[in-house]
Design a protein around this ligand. Structure first.
Ligand code: UD1
Length: 424
């Protein structure tokens, strides 16, 4: 298993090209199941999770070819001419929960699907009850058997009004895709409005879907009998952007994040500014720059978009370990998402967890240590801590990092970080 070695203490300076968002690319790839025409996605990031979904789609009969788009980004053409299987097996779903996003499209197009229940994962139980209840309201018959979701809609799906009891990105995406091919009108209330949900809705519209309210928490979908092919660029990754902005913050550096959009990071920019890190627009993206002096401790609570994202909580905590003063970080989206705390503590951080809140008492500096990645965002928080720490940090289990960060060590090294991958 690969490890990453970092010698910390160098301010990061330079520019980083932001990749396409993993969390947008995954539902967009699943949307290819909705049509027998080809869907071409550009700005596809090269990530392990993309390869995992690609493998699952291939098992379902989706032909795929990758190439290079005119703008130099990687493109992926997915062609679900004929769906040859409607079963998403345990070994793939277990690897990546987002595999459950094939459920809505398969059900809408084929009238049946068998998708393994994702089971637990490192950051909590993460059920799929909201997806299933909403699909039942569209007329699906759902049975849980032998660890699988068996869903059938023999007479097709019918539009309905769905009020989500909790904001869920994945459930909103699954329902958007299912409703696009349902008979009649579907209303999704208390829907997620993350930029990745917006990106999916915009792609579906390009494919011929009729959707109103895009970007709001109330979506109205007028079902159509068929969708067609399209070409769609994957939105820039706001989580990758926020991560590198915090890398500039924690190392007292300045990074231009090419392709990033401020509108997707307003809550983060507000918090960063209070800590002493400015995020300003340039004509190519955003400039993240530490202003004078030490970082200040600022409290944060994670929330659905447009609030502060849970996917940046671990990275923010790493930054706060070196701030002046204390900060209270409250996680409201996932339970058990503080697994980076013991690892940061091994690097000299002072953090006390009380239920869903962590009290971080900032210290003058961190010290390098061998640490272990536990999940995707936790692992990058250890990289950030390592970049700021004195001495050497070795992060093991970096396969977590490879699920969601494209060429992370190359991108950081090009901005002056002393970082290398150790192959085992
Ligand atoms: C997506 C993102 C993930 C991000 C999360 C929250 C992808 C591939 N992943 O995950 O990176 O951290 O949004 O922004 O886009 N819940 C239920 N029942 C359900 C579904 C969800 O109780 O049926 C709960 C979850 O346990 C969690 C909350 O709702 O507490 C939000 O989860 P959700 O928005 O669904 O996250 P994902 O779509 O899995």
């Amino acid at each position: 298993m690969d490890r990453i070695r970092i010698r910390g203490g160098r301010p990061l300076k330079g520019e980083i090209q932001v990749s396409g968002a993993k969390n947008a690319a995954l539902p967009l790839m699943a949307a290819a199941l909705l049509t027998d025409d080809a869907l071409t996605l550009t700005n596809i990031p090269a990530l392990a999770d993309i390869a995992t979904l690609s493998g699952l789609l291939a098992q379902l009969g989706v032909e795929q070819s990758s190439g290079t788009a005119a703008d130099g980004t990687r493109s992926l053409t997915l062609h679900a001419r004929q769906i040859t299987s409607t079963r998403a097996p345990y070994d793939l779903v277990r690897k990546m929960r987002a595999s459950v996003l094939v459920l809505g499209p398969l059900l809408a197009r084929e009238g049946h699907a068998e998708v393994s229940l994702p089971g637990g994962c490192a950051i909590g139980t993460r059920p799929v009850d909201l997806h299933l209840k909403a699909l039942e309201l569209l007329g699906a018959e759902i049975e849980l058997k032998d660890g699988y979701i068996n869903a059938r809609a023999p007479r097709g799906l019918r539009g309905a009004e769905i009020v989500f009891s909790k904001v869920s990105v994945g459930a909103t995406e699954n329902l958007l895709m299912a409703a696009a091919l349902a008979k009649g009108t579907t209303r999704l209330l208390n829907a997620a409005r993350e930029p990745e949900v917006v990106d999916l809705a915009e792609c579906l519209v390009r494919m011929g879907a009729i959707i109103e309210g895009i970007g709001s928490d109330s979506l109205t979908i007028q079902g159509v009998p068929r969708l067609h092919g399209a070409r769609h660029p994957v939105v820039a990754d706001r989580i990758e952007t926020g991560t590198y902005a915090m890398a500039a913050g924690i190392t007292d550096g300045a990074l231009e994040l090419v392709g990033a959009r401020l509108g997707h990071l307003r809550a983060v920019a507000d918090v960063l500014e209070q800590t002493g890190v400015e995020l300003s627009e340039t004509n190519r993206g955003l400039l993240a720059r530490r202003m004078n002096g030490r970082l200040h401790g600022v409290d944060v609570m994670t929330e659905p978009f447009p609030g502060f994202p849970t996917d940046l909580q671990a990275q923010y905590m790493a930054m706060m370990t070196t701030a002046e003063g204390a900060s209270m970080i409250t996680e409201t989206i996932f339970e058990n998402r503080f697994m980076h705390v013991p690892e940061l503590t091994r690097m000299g951080a002072s953090i006390n967890v009380h239920g869903s809140s962590a009290l971080v008492r900032g210290r003058e500096g961190l010290t390098g240590a061998p640490v272990m990645a536990t999940d995707l965002r936790a692992s990058v928080s250890l990289v950030l801590a390592g970049l700021a720490a004195e001495g050497e940090t070795v992060v093991s289990r970096v396969y977590h990092l490879d699920r969601g960060y494209e060429r992370v060590e190359q991108k950081l090294a090009a901005c002056g970080a002393e970082i290398e991958r150790l192959k085992d």
